[in-house]
Design a protein around this ligand. Structure first.
Ligand code: SAM
Length: 235
């Protein structure tokens, strides 16, 4: 199953919020069969899937690979592309997800996996070594997490990142006032994504551990502000 698990590792339980609010997206093979297509992921991101994936891969291709960790798998082809890029550049790629089904889905898409490890772990309790990774990617995970789990997940992300390494966050944000999605999308999120408005009302810098709030960061917004890419450099 998951190569990186040792015998004494206990599989994490499925978080209550995931069971309650996201069962239809992640929990069963039929949900994977339904959602894991470029058409569907593009729909969820309002036509921005390719753009956001390209921006993310461009960030990686501008750096040496090193040790890369992605916290939580995603549908579409970001994971196999990132794994391929890491391998071609003599890096390592670790993928964490709380659901074995999601790890198995990602594994099937990665053709050369010699440098790849899969960890069935909860993002809020990674159990991975401190200061080990050059890049830690959180791609559309934070908006699905309740505030407390989000804080713990960010704490873990910063803990496992090396000095000089970067924590890369791609996720929703509050659109600019002139963007109609500011008014339409918040209704959709309030109904279907109960924790997402946390990213709408609060700056990510206010959610990271206190000693990381002053870290240098770059911040870019896309699609009238609805999406953000925020990169913290650990020191
Ligand atoms: C990254 S998020 C959202 C991805 C987005 N809907 C997409 O596919 O483009 C989805 C993944 O996060 C995982 N996940 C949710 N909560 C988690 C947690 N606490 N720890 C690890 N993985 C988690 C889910 O199992 C799922 O595979």
């Amino acid at each position: 199953m998951c190569e990186a698990m040792s015998a004494e590792d206990a599989a994490p339980s499925v978080p209550t919020y995931l069971r309650r609010h996201y069962w239809f997206a992640y929990l069963y093979p039929w949900t994977v069969a339904f959602w894991d297509h470029l058409l569907m992921v593009n729909l969820v991101l309002l036509g921005n899937y390719s753009r956001l994936r390209t921006i993310t891969l461009k960030y990686f291709s501008s750096r040496p690979a090193g040790n890369v960790l992605q916290i939580a798998s995603v549908y579409g082809d970001l994971v196999p592309r990132l794994a391929a890029w890491t391998g071609e550049n003599s890096g390592t790629f670790d993928l964490v997800d709380v659901l074995p089904l999601q790890l198995d889905t990602a594994r099937r898409k990665i053709s050369d996996a010699k440098h790849v490890r899969f960890f069935n772990r909860d993002a809020s309790n990674l159990g991975l070594p401190t200061a080990h990774y050059d890049h830690v990617l959180l791609y559309f995970l934070l908006h699905e997490l309740p505030a407390e789990v989000r804080r713990e997940t960010l704490r873990e992300a910063f803990r496992v990142t090396k000095h000089g390494g970067e924590v890369v966050i791609v996720d929703f944000a509050r659109p600019y006032w002139w963007n109609p999605f500011r008014y339409l999308w918040c209704v959709f999120l309030a109904i279907f994504e109960p924790y997402a408005l946390g990213l709408w009302w609060h700056d990510i810098a206010d959610m990271v551990p206190e000693d990381c709030r002053k870290l240098p960061r770059t911040h870019a917004r896309f699609f009238g502000g609805l999406f953000q890419m925020t990169i913290f450099t650990c020191q």
